[in-house]
Design a protein around this ligand. Structure first.
Ligand SMILES: Nc1ncnc2c1ncn2[C@@H]1O[C@H](COP(=O)(O)OP(=O)(O)OP(=O)(O)O)[C@@H](O)[C@H]1O
Length: 390
């Protein structure tokens, strides 16, 4: 089994190693279908190559068997010619041929059974995966919304990751009006990202519901919901490929609109570093963006969200890896976006928090709104201290 695992196409393993840790980015950008196609294509090539090898492997014993029988015929004919005695060559040949033909298939069957038994646990796991029904899926009656205004309501939402444990989000009520910018602050582990994940329907609340433009999000087609929400996660995830492809990742068509890509990169303040790369937008970012710095990756994932042109923008610690100059430039760009988008900023940096129209504090799963002055009086508990403000 070990040697069979090693024999898996390295390309397939590379794709799996890249996509599986980036599943959040794949899902929120509706990239499941794209990734499935990519995997299918590679798996098909791998299957074809392996079948070719197996055919060759199967041919070799046949060739050996034929040579063996031919050798026997020559041997028998030769011995008759040399001795001149009577010899029943037909009976002898029939016996040897039957023996050769009989023994090998039995050996092959034994080998095949052995291989099947060794691979059985892996097969079981594959069948388990094909039988897996995702918890979050479309209702048959789910609606498609061509456009949304971006009005979001959390109605008494309670969610816990593990049954029997205290809730991560506990009876949260929050109304974010269309076009509003809201900052969610709170201690680390307080549930801020979880709130964003619930909005993106990565999980279902155990009680309460979330509405977008007065539609319960469970009644909206999942792909449609995620198209209307651009999410920049705290771990910027890139896929091996060009910069342009990464920015246009959420494009369902797959045709890259270069004008849109460049515009998004300019807004995200990524254009300046892309332009000085040898191949500009066609530069490869390496395995999971390994050839870029943390701040560059972050700017690309912000550009990706801007490219998506959704009505709602959720930034989860999206500027943590940026230097103060880049953050300032991005802040200016966000100011422009805020005029036409609903923006949710999850941040610890005061510069970002104070851009919001309203600030809500999520602590121990409970949410409450705080005024700016009340927030500042928290003495930097959940944001960089006020003296960072220049
Ligand atoms: N998939 C998961 N399964 C179980 N527990 C989880 C899971 N994801 C998060 N948690 C837990 O839920 C709590 C809230 O996590 P969350 O990421 O929402 O916090 P946060 O406020 O965004 O924190 P930070 O500011 O550090 O990013 C944490 O205690 C975390 O360990």
């Amino acid at each position: 089994m070990g040697t069979q695992m090693v024999a898996i196409d390295p390309q397939l393993s590379l794709v799996a190693a890249m996509v599986l840790p980036s599943m959040l980015t794949v899902k929120v950008n509706n990239g499941e279908h794209k990734e499935m196609l990519r995997f299918h294509e590679l798996a098909f090539v791998d299957l074809k190559n392996n079948l070719g090898k197996k055919k060759m492997k199967a041919l070799i014993p046949q060739a050996v068997r034929t040579t063996y029988i031919a050798g026997l015929v020559v041997l028998c004919a030769g011995s008759v010619a040399v001795s001149g005695t009577t010899f029943d060559p037909e009976g002898f040949l029939s016996f040897l041929t039957a023996l050769a033909l009989f023994v090998e298939p039995i050996q092959d069957f034994g080998k095949a059974y052995n291989e099947y038994k060794q691979g059985e646990p892996a097969l079981e796991r594959i069948f388990d995966l094909t039988r897996f029904i995702p918890e979050v899926r479309d209702k048959p009656s789910a609606v498609h919304l061509n456009s949304v205004k971006g009005d979001i309501k959390f109605h008494d939402v309670t969610f816990r990751y593990v049954a029997g444990m205290p809730p991560t989000v506990d009876g949260v009520n929050l109304h974010i009006r269309a076009g509003e910018t809201i900052a969610i602050v709170g201690p680390s582990g307080g549930g801020k990202t979880t709130l964003a994940k619930l909005l993106l329907r990565l999980y279902h609340p155990q009680s309460g519901y979330i509405a977008l433009d007065n539609h319960d999000i469970q009644d909206i087609q999942l792909q449609c919901l995620r198209t209307h929400i651009a999410f920049v996660s705290q771990d910027p995830m890139l896929f091996s490929g060009t910069i342009a492809k990464n920015i246009a990742y959420g494009d369902p068509v797959g045709d890259i609109n270069m004008r849109k890509v460049e515009n998004a990169a300019k807004i995200a303040n990524a254009d300046e570093f892309i332009k000085i790369l040898p191949e500009g937008y066609d530069s490869y970012v390496g395995q999971r963006g390994s050839s870029l710095s943390g701040g560059q990756k972050q700017r690309l994932s912000i550009a990706r969200a801007i490219y998506q042109n959704s009505s709602i923008l959720v930034l989860d610690e999206a500027t943590s890896a940026l230097d103060s100059r880049s953050e300032l430039l991005l802040k200016e760009a966000l100011m422009n976006l805020m005029a036409s988008h609903t923006v949710v900023i999850i941040a610890h940096r005061l510069e970002m928090i104070l851009m919001a129209d309203r600030i809500v504090l999520l602590e121990g799963g409970k949410l409450r709104e705080v005024t700016r002055s009340a927030f500042l009086s928290l003495d930097g508990r959940f944001g960089s201290p006020p003296d960072v403000l220049s």
